[in-house]
Design a protein around this ligand. Structure first.
Ligand SMILES: NC(=O)c1ccc[n+]([C@@H]2O[C@H](COP(=O)([O-])OP(=O)(O)OC[C@H]3O[C@@H](n4cnc5c(N)ncnc54)[C@H](OP(=O)(O)O)[C@@H]3O)[C@@H](O)[C@H]2O)c1
Length: 338
């Protein structure tokens, strides 16, 4: 079978198509034959050696497809089921895994970052990690869900406790987590403002239900004005140093800055008095648990949410999809089809 292999750490030019043996599912596993898989910024980081995985490596956290082989102990009805894959690997036996809090397992890993992932024709995964594909979604839409929607869901609803009527600002709406947060947040009745460096993306976000849209380099005053001077209950900022100061300034008293990423760099300088005099919090998170994956899928079905697909590329042209993501040109997810 064909796989998109990473053979160096020089970005998209280090990707090539290779032949690999078909994976055979072990006990408790199923083999998913992918109909589509999706890129995340994480994959771009790995092509640049962050982290440096042993090479050659197959990237990709997101995938949706059909179960075409099962290992020992898996019910035969699972064959031919259409599924999306929960992209987290964990030990499955520790206290955290038993409580389905996989994000805290000492062996926590993400498909594509810590072990081979979805940018190949098929992959063997735990049967329990293969969830029914939401019926209203196309294959690319289903494959666009796992990592970004799971991450956004946990951050907004488990970690941030956001609820109907709360005001949320999402910084850099072109990002995958950002767009997932817009769709999940508006579906659950949040009042969502967005920012972007690109006027066209701001307009598209307004069409998707954003209550207001502002440039990423100056949005705090606009958010205050739009909220009667109060500021926002929460700001979701995965950009980091380029926008953090503005994000803190956009918050209401006792507001929360929510983050899972730092696309513009790992270090930020924070004006601490600005935080503690206004009782602000910094809330962080990574990915999500299998329970949250189920809850996210339920929301997607209940509100008939359609993830935004920017473009679909054949697996052979995966390097072009990576280059588009790295340049930040996309609005929505970039997909690969084997
Ligand atoms: N911890 C986790 O579990 C987890 C999960 C998912 C993602 N992440 C991290 O979260 C971040 C976002 O990832 P993603 O895949 O959703 O999206 P992404 O491809 O990193 O895009 C994020 C968006 O941020 C904006 N942006 C980037 N650089 C900027 C800059 N210098 N100034 C202002 N805005 C900038 C852009 O928005 P506009 O184009 O609209 O300007 C861009 O589309 C990444 O760092 C990723 O590694 C972490």
């Amino acid at each position: 079978m064909r796989a998109l292999e990473l053979i160096g750490f020089d970005g998209p030019s280090s990707l090539r198509i290779a032949e690999r043996a078909e994976p055979e599912p072990a006990g408790g596993q199923v083999r998913v034959r992918f109909r589509a898989s999706a890129l995340n910024h994480l994959d771009v980081f790995v092509t640049r050696g962050l982290p440096k995985r042993p090479l050659p490596a197959i990237l990709g956290a997101d995938g949706a497809g059909v179960i075409d082989a099962i290992g020992d102990g898996v019910a035969s009805e699972r064959l031919r089921r259409e599924v999306v894959v929960y992209p987290v690997a964990s030990c499955g036996t520790c206290e955290w895994c038993a409580r389905r809090e996989e994000v805290h397992c000492a062996k926590f890993g993400i498909l594509g970052e810590h072990l081979d992932g979805t940018f190949q024709e098929a992959l063997a995964v735990r049967d329990l990690a293969a969830y029914p594909r939401p019926a209203h979604l196309s294959w690319p839409e289903a494959a666009a869900l796992p990592l970004s929607f799971l991450t956004a869901w946990r951050l907004l609803f488990t970690r941030g406790h956001l609820d109907r009527g709360d005001t949320l600002v999402i910084v850099g709406i072109g990002g995958g987590v950002a767009l997932a947060a817009l769709l999940l947040g508006t579906a659950r009745g949040l009042r969502v403002f967005v920012t972007s460096r690109d006027g066209g993306k701001l307009k598209r976000a307004l069409d998707l239900g954003a209550a207001g849209a502002f440039p990423s380099d100056a949005f705090a005053n606009a958010v205050r004005e739009a909220t009667g001077g109060a500021g926002a209950r929460a700001v979701l900022d995965t950009v980091g140093p380029a926008t953090f100061d503005e994000s803190f300034r956009a918050l209401a008293r006792e507001g929360m800055l929510l983050t899972v990423g730092s696309t513009s760099g790992p270090k930020v300088e924070v004006q601490l008095p600005r935080l503690f005099f206004r009782h602000l919090s910094l809330i962080t998170s990574t990915m999500g648990t299998s329970r949250e994956f189920e809850a996210m899928l339920r929301d997607v079905e209940r509100f008939e949410i359609h993830p935004i697909v920017d473009a679909v590329f054949p697996l052979e042209r995966g390097d072009e999809a990576f280059a588009r993501l790295e340049a930040g040109d996309q609005f929505g997810k970039l997909l690969l089809e084997p």
